[in-house]
Write a protein that binds this ligand. Structure first.
Ligand code: SAM
Length: 465
């Protein structure tokens, strides 16, 4: 019997030999056998059950399952070479060359000589936006229309097809892009799944595949409606195991699925959202800058509370933010006055005039950056955009007159103090404390947020760094 490492190495050689265009169009990147093993353990495959990987590639899931002692294994892939690779090494006739996205479930089951649907459908389906040459060949117009309205990506087609292949009450466990959990265009299918299927667990894999953009999750659902008390287990992959983080009632999720790292985070989220309306309601607009002229402010020219290359305007009712957000740097914004903004800048215009320095202070606080990173960007370590869809969701605490004046004073101080000097860092710390109070955070909650943000943000933004 081959070892996991041998199989992974052979698979790697096969994958490398495929042309990069082919891989892009067909979403080809194989899953390490070790990760497949962790997933199969997670979903508790029972002896004697039928396990199917409908886009099996070189067969890493099937190989892992075989090594764990499972025998009723089926696979399919449209790549003839990959199917031959599996057949040779797994010595099985149950892997076939098939288009499992274009053909419906019953034809795929028939071609595989499976008299009934599978107990477990597993795998890492292809991800590729359906544009240009990347299409699904199918005469099934209704299915194609569903894929189109779900977000036009091959992994959505695979997810929809998986429910045609699995038994009622059976399990689907797929590695899918993490942004399925929160991107608006995937909302209709996400909401449908939340209503109709019991989501068993979601494992955050982070950036898992070297040549694939974005982050991934293992998304496991039972093909049956959730009971009213059903809860979703949220986990994180440590590289050797799936670590349990929190259990969240499924009926809490209506649309976006936030990956809470602990029960404490879930409580903080509910408290913040329950007490404060979203910032989107307190602004007239949040939009990208449009000025293409050379004098326009670029994202790079902005620093926290000021600019690298010009004086900060004293008056005006706009805030300019770097459009690129990284967890390490957090929000980088300054009062914008009447400055023209280029396309790498987000322009935020508060609804009420005179609120600029108050909102600017909130935006730079640890609390708001914690919220953005955790709950708007779903703990993504990749760079994101400070677009309206994200920024507008941040809870907005209006603050009383005294609090507002204190934040404005600190913001003005941060504009004038030497950037990143001891004094500047102390003012920043005072701002953080004040914002916690304005949002009604307890000592424990503030300490939790402090710990988390200190872990993700560069040390240069806090004293002691
Ligand atoms: C991300 S790879 C994963 C392969 C394998 N499940 C694994 O985890 O290593 C996706 C696979 O889907 C296959 N694929 C793409 N479109 C397909 C289709 N229409 N029908 C069947 N397989 C397809 C590709 O050939 C590729 O092998």
């Amino acid at each position: 019997m081959r070892r996991n490492t041998d199989y992974s190495a052979e698979m790697g050689r096969y994958e490398t030999a495929l042309s990069s265009d082919y891989k892009k169009q067909n979403g080809v990147f194989y899953t390490p056998v070790e990760l497949c093993r962790r997933i199969l353990r997670e979903i508790k495959v029972r002896r004697g059950s039928v396990l199917l990987d409908p886009c099996c590639g070189a067969g890493s899931f099937l190989f892992a399952a075989r090594a764990m002692g499972f025998t009723r294994l089926y696979g399919a892939d449209r790549d003839e070479g990959a199917v031959a690779f599996c057949g040779d090494r797994l010595k099985t006739g149950t892997v076939k060359c098939l288009d499992t996205l274009g053909n419906d479930g019953s034809s795929v089951l028939a071609a595989l000589h499976l008299p009934e649907k599978a107990d477990f459908v597993v795998g890492n389906p292809p991800y590729a936006p359906m544009t240009g040459n990347c299409r699904i060949q199918s005469g099934d117009r209704a299915f194609l229309q569903r894929v189109r309205t779900s977000g036009k990506n091959l992994f959505l087609a695979a997810l929809l097809r998986s429910f045609e292949l699995v038994k009622d009450g059976g399990t689907v466990s797929y590695i899918i892009p993490k942004n399925f959990l929160h991107v608006a265009s995937y909302g209709p299918l996400r909401k449908e799944i939340l209503r109709q299927k019991a989501v068993v667990s979601i494992v955050d894999l982070g950036v898992c595949f070297k040549n694939v953009r974005g982050e991934q999750v293992v998304f496991t659902v039972k093909n049956r409606p959730p009971s009213p008390r059903h809860s979703v287990l949220l986990e994180r992959d440590t590289g050797t195991e799936f670590e349990k983080r929190a259990r969240i009632p499924q009926n809490f999720y209506r649309d976006e699925i936030i990956l809470f790292d602990s029960r404490e985070e879930y409580r903080i989220y509910r408290k913040l959202c329950g007490r404060h309306p979203p910032l989107g309601r307190a602004v007239r607009s949040i939009a990208r800058g449009r000025c293409a002229e050379s004098g326009a402010v670029s994202g790079k020219a902005i620093r926290k509370f000021g600019y690298r290359d010009r004086k900060t305007p004293e008056n005006g009712d706009r805030i300019l933010l770097q459009n690129i957000y990284s967890a390490e740097s957090g929000v980088i914004a300054a009062c914008g006055g009447n400055l023209e903004a280029g396309q790498t800048v987000t322009v935020l215009v508060p609804r009420e005039s005179g609120r600029c320095r108050y909102i600017l202070g909130l935006l730079h606080s640890r609390l708001v950056n914690f919220y953005l990173y955790k709950f708007c960007y779903n703990s993504s370590t990749l760079t994101m955009h400070t677009d309206a869809g994200y920024l507008g969701k941040v809870p907005y605490a209006r603050g009383n007159a005294r609090q507002t004046a204190a934040v404005e004073e600190l913001s003005a101080g941060l504009e004038h103090s030497e950037y990143l000097s001891e004094e500047w860092l102390e003012e920043m710390e005072a701002l953080n404390r004040l914002v916690y109070r304005i949002y009604g955070m307890s000592e424990e909650e503030s300490a939790y947020i402090d710990r988390c943000v200190r872990k993700i943000q560069s040390k240069r933004w806090s004293n002691g760094g």
